[in-house]
Design a protein around this ligand. Structure first.
Ligand SMILES: [Zn+2]
Length: 406
């Protein structure tokens, strides 16, 4: 994607040319795009130039995420890069001649490198890892992967925790949570291999209902424990017309755009059901999403039901799981009657289909977790350990990165 890379190059080149400064900031909770324009004295007419389709993303800037801005010597904003998810960002830039601002949504350019660490247990995996890699996010991930697979209290002084992980960086700063590929645990002379899934939870090789596929993926059938805690479906009959994606090809706009939800085909007037008990946090018009209801649920979930024909709840109202909260429609930017259903977990958009329980699958006893390329990652880690490789971790003083493995 040479086109996208050039954005970063231009950003950095301008810095040295005009004495402009690139700075990193937190997008704080409650901050809005419109406030951001105001702060930088950017005329509000820009909002009117943003397509209906893209208006939606202005409300989807993730709080607590980091954004870059390039500010000129006279304090005018030259460029800003504001993430809307892990893959895409808003690109706001000022034309040097006319002084007019333009808006676009472009992929985030980041570097992804693999690292390796070999930690000796002294007190516990979390603090020993933290001391070794000097990065809290990685220590958290290691702790999480071990927590549900082994009894960490049984670890003894001198045990070894070796692991490979991937870390993304953007303009020299860590972005996103690191992902642990595989951990080799050596405890009291025994070795165990633990693999982390997309959510960071660990899966122990050789445990009940685990196996390797012929492609080398680890497959783990995890029993559903508490079914009553599962989120239900927003419609009685399910027909998926478009899936969740951090960046999908938009056939009409001919550009990449995120799709922060699942689309379900249904006739106008079909009842919409709350996927879980909760409190209505929003009920009304929301730009390209038309008539929208948002519900805040326990355990950090928030659900969104867009393009409604009619809303039947009010903000602040308590709702039960399965209660009718509105009816399918085609309001806002929509090509026909359907439900756009969005789901956030702890403020991040997640794929609803990974969290909703299909009623027709209620008899299903297990959740199938597949960890891609587990065998390959294991072999790589074993090779590194056999070669007595020294710990190689990311640190912000390193001027260049080298990759390990293949
Ligand atoms: Zn949609």
């Amino acid at each position: 994607m040479p086109m996208f890379k050039s954005v970063v190059v231009i950003l950095l080149a301008l810095t040295s040319l005009f004495g402009a400064k690139v700075t990193l900031h937190d997008w704080e909770r409650g901050q809005t795009f419109s406030n951001f324009l105001e702060e930088h004295n950017i005329p509000k007419k820009l909002l009117g130039q943003i397509s209906d389709e893209d208006q939606k993303f202005l409300t989807e800037i993730q709080s607590d995420s980091k954004y870059y801005q390039l500010v000129g010597a006279d304090n005018t904003l030259i460029q800003a890069l504001i993430p809307i998810n892990e893959e895409m960002q808003i690109h706001l830039y000022r034309d040097r001649e006319s002084g007019e601002y333009s808006f676009d949504i472009i992929p985030i350019v980041y570097e992804e490198n693999e690292y390796f660490a070999n930690v000796e247990i002294n007190s516990n995996p979390y603090s020993d890892t933290l001391e070794c890699v000097k990065e809290e996010k990685i220590a958290k991930r290691v702790g999480q992967a071990l927590k549900n697979t082994i009894n960490t209290k049984s670890l003894a002084k001198g045990d070894q925790v070796a692991f490979c992980y991937k870390q993304r960086t953007r303009l020299g700063e860590i972005c996103h949570m690191p992902s642990i590929e595989v951990i080799k645990l050596t405890t009291r002379g025994k070795t165990k291999f633990i693999y982390a899934d997309e959510d960071g939870d660990g899966h122990l090789e050789g445990a009940q209902r685990t196996s390797f596929s012929k492609e080398g993926d680890l497959v783990h059938l995890v029993p559903f424990r508490d079914r009553s805690k599962k989120l239900g479906m927003p419609l009685r009959h399910i027909r998926i017309t478009s899936s969740f994606s951090y960046r999908r090809w938009h056939p009409i706009l001919k550009r990449y755009r995120p799709h922060h939800g699942t689309d379900f085909g249904a006739r106008t007037g079909t009842p919409l059901l709350a996927v879980y008990e909760g409190t209505v946090s929003y009920a009304g018009w929301m730009g390209g999403y038309g008539k929208v209801v948002k519900i805040r649920h326990p355990r950090g979930y928030e659900s969104l039901y867009a393009h409604q024909n009619r809303i039947s709840v009010r903000r602040g109202e308590r709702v039960k799981k399965g209660q009718i909260i509105g009816y399918v429609g085609s309001t806002g930017r929509s090509t026909g009657p359907h439900l756009h259903f969005g789901l956030q977990k702890s403020g991040r958009w997640v794929d609803p289909m990974k969290h909703l329980q299909r009623t027709s699958l209620n008899k299903q006893k297990f959740n199938k977790i597949v960890i891609k390329d587990a065998k390959m990652h294991k072999e790589k880690l074993v090779r590194l350990l056999d070669a007595n490789s020294s710990t190689y971790v990311w640190d912000d003083t390193s001027t260049q990165s080298t990759r390990i493995g293949g």
